[in-house]
Design a protein around this ligand. Structure first.
Ligand code: ZN
Length: 269
């Protein structure tokens, strides 16, 4: 009888031990599961933090095809296409941008269509590149034109223009006007001739006259730049030559990053 009860007690003890072991294993497994879950969660958060929808940048190389733009020491279109090529290269190297071009090099597409091509891609900003001209050959320097007062996105276009002008000054370009940022309007005189009227940035009056097509009432900030004068030899050497267009492209890249509040990644090309 006594042997029997000892054996029963032994069996109960063994069962208790088994239950304890099972509980311990379950606890360990649960702990492991929670640790794995935390690691997975942390990893997902890390990936989410690193990912960002690419910024869509609309690039417009002024003129094109038969329309070579102003003619001086170079044709304006040489400068616009070269600079857009270099800027696209820099932005693509950076990796955070999707580039939309209003036309391919050599193509002759009107301003309305070019604008349509860019807007279809819902860009975060538009940069239209041009070269200036002056019959005397003496005028030189940089100026840019944001969407003027009274238009959609005027304020942010102005901010983008200021970023560009500052960046241009840093690479040694001479800023024209008050600070390199101006407004342009097409004005028709008594004889029916349309002329470009330039206003300084301090003139914040809202004019009914149209500005450049690329900066008129867009659903994103837009700036048209006159990189340098194709009619001025010094200007062309500094900002219209191969190295000059590269330098200008690096200044635009820097300005785009500043405007978007992000750090530059790409080094110079
Ligand atoms: Zn032009």
């Amino acid at each position: 009888m006594c042997v029997q009860s000892e054996s029963n007690a032994e069996i109960r003890r063994k069962r208790r031990m088994k239950r304890k072991r099972r509980k311990k294993i379950i606890k360990i497994l649960l702990l492991l599961f929670l640790i794995i879950l935390a690691i997975i969660f942390g990893f997902v958060l890390f990936l989410k933090k690193g990912e960002h929808k690419p910024y869509t940048i609309g690039l417009d190389a002024g003129h094109g095809g038969e329309d070579v733009g102003a003619i001086g020491y170079i044709e304006e279109v040489e400068l616009t296409e070269k600079t857009v090529d270099f800027l696209q290269e820099l932005l693509e190297k950076d990796g955070r941008f999707k580039i939309v071009r209003s036309r391919k090099n050599g193509e002759d597409i009107g301003i309305t269509k070019r604008k349509e091509i860019l807007l279809k891609q819902k860009p975060d900003l538009i940069l239209s590149i041009h070269g200036n001209s002056d019959p005397t050959g003496t005028a030189r320097g940089f100026e840019c034109y944001p969407s003027p007062p009274g238009r959609y996105n005027h304020e942010i276009s102005y901010y983008f223009a200021v970023c560009i002008a500052e960046s241009m000054a840093e690479v040694g370009n001479h800023l024209r006007g008050e600070n390199g940022v101006r407004y342009a309007y097409y004005v028709t005189d008594q004889n029916g001739n349309t002329q470009k009227a330039i206003k300084e940035i301090s003139d914040t009056m809202v004019y009914a006259q149209q500005s450049f097509g690329m900066v008129e009432n867009l659903k994103c900030p837009s700036v048209l730049v006159e990189q340098c004068f194709v009619t001025n030899q010094q200007d062309v050497e500094q900002f219209g030559s191969e190295t000059g267009c590269k330098l200008a492209a690096s200044a635009y890249y820097k300005a785009i990053c500043k405007y978007l509040g992000i750090k530059e990644i790409s080094s110079n090309i």
